[in-house]
Design a protein around this ligand. Structure first.
Ligand code: OOG
Ligand code: MG
Length: 255
């Protein structure tokens, strides 16, 4: 087995069983191309089990997230159907290792979008935008990783919840975002935290996906990245995000 397949299987099995694995590239020696090849191979395991590809997630698109995790490169991961959690339902805690949650903005596309596009071109491909929460759950012990390791691990993606879809022709450059845990504000931020404007995250997603030979498709969801640091999630909690003008999204964590 090639090291790429070996690491992909290791990470896929860890995600499937909800069990942490040891870091395998603590010095960050793996090339980013190899790290993305591991990610692609681990997602291929999910597709082989019948999951569908539904979009892309962006990571480290805000300074808050870069600082929290100590990494400063924008990364991306692949979203599959099993990661989507219905809004306002319960999520089984058993599938996670050590989940965290972060407030995001989601896009859904009405047209393909590939390569070096401008922000207006990106907006023209957007069907709708929505308030969203991402559940990240690193497969590495203690949620610690190097840049190649987190890329290989599909950018820690584990679940996502999307609130009501909204016409994208509102000014969403600087919308207040409040993430609450059991009704108490846990993180407060703005959509402007995402590269200055969430559309820039979509522009980056279009470029990076096309470079990888998997251009963004009509119907795909793009998660723009956490606008604030992530918070730990615990059994029984109700987590929600409220985005100014866009409404809210939430879920409860049960056993
Ligand atoms: C990596 C994933 C980063 C975001 O929104 O910035 C991410 C991690 O923090 O574990 O999802
Ligand atoms: Mg995220």
């Amino acid at each position: 087995m090639s090291p790429i397949t070996e690491y992909a299987t290791l990470l896929d099995t860890a995600a499937l069983n909800g069990e942490a694995v040891e870091q395998f590239d603590r010095e960050g020696r793996l090339s980013l191309d190899d790290a993305y090849a591991i990610q692609a191979a681990s997602i291929a395991c999910r597709i082989a089990r019948g999951e569908r590809r539904v979009g892309v997630k962006m990571g480290f698109t805000s300074r808050a997230k870069m600082i929290q995790m100590g990494l400063s490169d924008v990364i991306w991961g692949r979203l599959t159907s099993s990661m989507q959690i219905e809004e306002d339902t319960s999520v089984d805690f058993g599938r996670f290792i050590h989940p965290r949650v972060e407030p995001e903005i989601a896009f859904i596309l009405k047209a393909p979008l590939a390569g070096d596009v401008t922000a207006p071109e990106a907006l023209a491909a957007v069907e709708a935008i929505a308030p969203a929460l991402e559940i990240i759950d690193s497969r590495y012990r203690d949620f610690k990783f190097t840049l190649p390791e987190v890329i290989a691990d599909n950018a820690s993606s584990s679940g996502f919840v999307i609130g009501p879809w909204h016409d994208p022709h509102v000014d969403f450059s600087n919308l207040g975002m409040v993430m609450k845990i059991d009704g108490r504000p846990a993180q407060i931020g703005s959509s402007a935290a995402l590269l200055g404007h969430p559309l820039r995250s979509l522009v980056a997603a279009a470029r990076l996906s096309a470079q990888a030979g998997e251009p963004l498709q009509a119907g795909w969801i793009v998660m723009a990245g956490g606008a604030t640091p992530a918070e730990w999630v615990h059994l029984g909690q109700y987590v929600s995000v409220e985005v100014e003008r866009l409404g809210s999204a939430g879920f409860r964590v049960t056993r």
